[in-house]
Design a protein around this ligand. Structure first.
Ligand code: PMT
Length: 402
């Protein structure tokens, strides 16, 4: 009997698994097995380089479907493999996606079967990169990734760790159990279909003078991941972001802000225009701002300089105390007594759900470990890439939100 996942069976779902050339191709075997096990009909397409690492017959045996490797394959419905294979699938996942493949897709190349069917697709495309850390960090790869993210192509990972070449760094493909979690979340019914979700992300910047300010090291990674997960769950997403250099997800609406006061104004404006169902406050909002902002650059002297600070408004507090508040989700980054402080924050801000993380293990990083606190108690989300944590969070919210 085929297994079901969560409340929804995936037995009617079809996924195209693309495999490109890389050592991580061995992980695709386990991935294909897991997907088949949960009832997904897996159609495998391999590049010529992938076939150097692993044989097509392995995937054929595991999935029960023929494996396509050749652009000139004629054994498909209309003898046009690049069209046939990209139709009637719910998503395409390329895992591993090599640096070369990422570059080809980013540039709209159609020089083999897998690249061509990605170009011809009319379904979501997910890429799980795997490569040497230098290749990952190379500006050319980062440029290609930014293009793909701007086109709403989901980039899953990579993770940090030991690599096949012996080096340590970013570039390891996510583990099959992590990838299957993303796929399951995506193929299940849309958990937040048509809900209006408002998300704050990133740091704020509180000016001191014309060129200086107070900020923090929040990158926006968590907030942007939550925005991506909410979009994938079918929500209309408004993202209010403090300064961040990340590629912005293809949200329904983006509002860029600098200070906490700007962010509060943007939140108020958005809520006056749209009926917000869920408010997720991921932003690391500065608690204080300069009491007086100098319009000119403050001159250096050899005397001490005292900066007078005054408290910023608490945006989340404002929203959760509205007469009819949306479902409010707060975040808490703590450096000590995580659980105790998080519980105190949840009660003080009257939140149905609060997400706690250790600041030094989350801020600016690609992965985090989270603890969710709600009326039912606490729920630990073991360390994982932020996009996976975001999907887990969205699932939890969809189950709590009435
Ligand atoms: O951006 P990344 O690098 O990915 O890092 C993510 C993160 C660590 C910043 C994120 O996961 C996180 O924990 N965000 C909350 C940061 C925080 O410390 O918040 P806080 O404890 O100061 O505030 C608690 C809650 O109130 C937060 O939801 C915050 O958005 C909100 N708040 C706080 C102050 C304020 N003036 N207005 C607010 O709305």
């Amino acid at each position: 009997m085929k297994k079901t996942v969560g409340t929804a069976s995936l037995t009617k779902k079809r996924l195209l698994l693309g495999i490109t050339g890389g050592v991580a191709a061995y992980k695709a075997v386990e991935l294909a097995r897991l997907m088949t096990q949960v009832g997904i009909d897996v159609q495998t397409v391999m590049t010529a380089s992938a076939c150097r690492f692993i044989g097509p017959i392995t995937f054929q045996s595991l999935t029960g479907n023929p494996v396509y490797t050749d652009f000139w394959e004629t054994n498909t419905a209309s003898s046009m493999a690049h069209i046939d294979l990209s139709r009637n699938v719910d998503a395409i996942l390329v895992a591993p996606a090599s640096a070369n493949f990422i570059a080809r897709v980013a540039n709209g190349m159609a020089d083999d079967l897998l690249a061509t069917l990605c170009l011809a697709r009319d379904c979501p495309l997910l890429l799980a990169p795997a490569m040497n850390r230098q290749m990952w960090e190379n500006p050319a790869t980062q440029r290609n990734l930014a293009i793909l993210q701007g086109e709403n192509i989901n980039i899953l990972g990579p993770a940090n760790g030991e690599q096949a070449c012996g080096e340590v760094g970013m570039g390891r493909m996510l583990e099959p159990n992590e990838l299957i979690e993303v796929i399951q979340a995506m193929l299940q019914p849309k958990l937040l279909q048509d809900k209006n979700v408002l998300i704050t992300a990133g740091p704020t910047y509180e000016a001191i003078d014309a060129v200086r300010g107070i900020t923090n090291i929040s990158s926006g990674k968590m907030g942007y991941a939550v925005a991506r997960a909410a979009l994938a769950a079918g929500a209309n997403v408004t993202l209010i972001s403090g300064p961040s250099c990340l590629t912005v997800p293809a949200v329904t609406k983006l509002v860029n802000v600098m200070s906490a006061n700007d962010m509060l104004d943007a939140v108020k404006k958005e809520m006056s225009q749209t009926q917000t169902d869920i408010f997720i406050s991921v932003a690391a909002v500065a608690d204080y701002r300069a009491a007086k902002v100098s319009r000119q650059k403050i001159k250096k002297t050899d005397k001490r300089l005292t900066l007078l600070l005054e408290p910023n408004p608490d945006i989340l507090n404002y929203v959760s105390n509205l007469p009819k508040p949306p479902f409010c989700v707060g975040f808490a980054a703590e450096t000590e007594n995580l659980e105790k402080n998080a519980e105190i924050k949840r009660k003080k801000k009257k939140l149905p759900l609060l997400v706690a993380n250790l600041a030094n293990e989350a801020i600016g990083l690609n992965e985090s470990e989270l603890i969710l606190f709600d009326d039912a108690g606490k729920h630990r989300l073991l360390k994982a890439p932020k996009i996976i944590q975001a999907q887990r969070l969205i699932k939890h919210i969809s189950e709590s939100y009435k």
